[in-house]
Design a protein around this ligand. Sequence first.
Ligand code: NAD
Ligand code: IPM
Ligand code: MN
Length: 352
Amino acid sequence: MSHRVAVLPGDGVGPEVVNEAVKAVEATGVEISWQVFDWGSDHYHRTGLMAPEGFTDELEKHDAILMGAVGDPSVPDHVSLWGLLLPIRQRLDLWANLRPARLLEGVPGVLEGREPSEVDMLFVRENSEGEYSGVGGRAHEGMSHEVGLETSVFTRAGLERVLEHAFVLAESRRGQVVSATKSNASRYGYVLWDEVATETAERHPGVTYERVLVDALAARMISNPGSLDVVVASNLFGDILTDIGAVIQGGMGVAASANLRPDRPDIGLFEPVHGSAPDIAGQGIANPAGGIWSAAMMLEHLGEEAAAARVHEALASVCKSGPRTRDLGGSGSTVEVGDAVAAAVAAGTELS
Ligand code: NAD
Ligand code: IPM
Ligand code: MN
């Protein structure tokens, strides 16, 4: 039976990298019925909405969603993101955002002298609440005593599920969980987070648990990335830490993500960590690696483990041999890199 995948190319470099991700998946021969939706900033200019009413119901009919990026300088970012990406994560309850930060061989990482084997972190980002709950308001707009409120919401149920998931994932890796909070300055939400983390750790005696304050963790990612295995963090901290992780693994263009609801794994959203990169959009030079890696994560989610591994191996071999895009020191175009990955996938498919 073919898998139903919704494709949301989105804005800026989104369509450029998604094309290459689709190509890599097609080369595996896995049967997919693709449905492409033209939602994004152009749709907003045409209709006043980033996507039609009820768009998340439409997405729920699929087994997976492959997305490029959202955001265009012509639309305020909070309007575009709250019109498309954030409602997908929230309404579909995709509460676990998995973001691997692994240095592939041949990719020049920013940390001098780090061996690829030293960089293998998995970020588990709480993806449904916290600082991104959307609770707040504005008062006295335009007046000198104008106010903006943004309230973080942490629920015990939300924390229990994401922390439990992080510990379970650590059991199949190197058995270490670092939980990032800021429970020195913030006295409520992150303190609850730490309490739930301690309880979760007690249920997983085989896993080493460390609470690390997020500022110190940002430094440790640079000074000693090899000491980090699974890192679990709130929505905002996970967002910031994974941009650092992306650069450690070669650049924004390389990092991938899966937005999942592990308790109901019948749908997931797969997207590179980077945004629409308006500074390079339309030039054909965006690195498709993060998009292709995300597509490999999608194949894994669809139960196509062998195809997922082939896409990942093909990506790793192209990163090593070239062609590479400019951000990785090469001169290849987005399409050249995508073609090379698809060819390597096809060659691997014939061998298997
Ligand atoms: P960005 O990730 O788009 O760009 C940051 C830097 O990384 C830029 O210099 C860009 O050229 C580079 N970069 C990004 N992707 C690249 C790629 N594939 N290959 C090579 N270089 C790449 O972040 P930003 O500039 O902060 O945001 C731009 C827009 O994207 C904003 O509207 C923002 O809200 C949106 N955004 C969307 C998502 C998403 O849809 N998931 C994620 C992040 C940002
Ligand atoms: C990401 C992005 C989004 C986030 C933005 C665009 C809302 O930065 O997926 O990392 O912060 O989650
Ligand atoms: Mn981000």
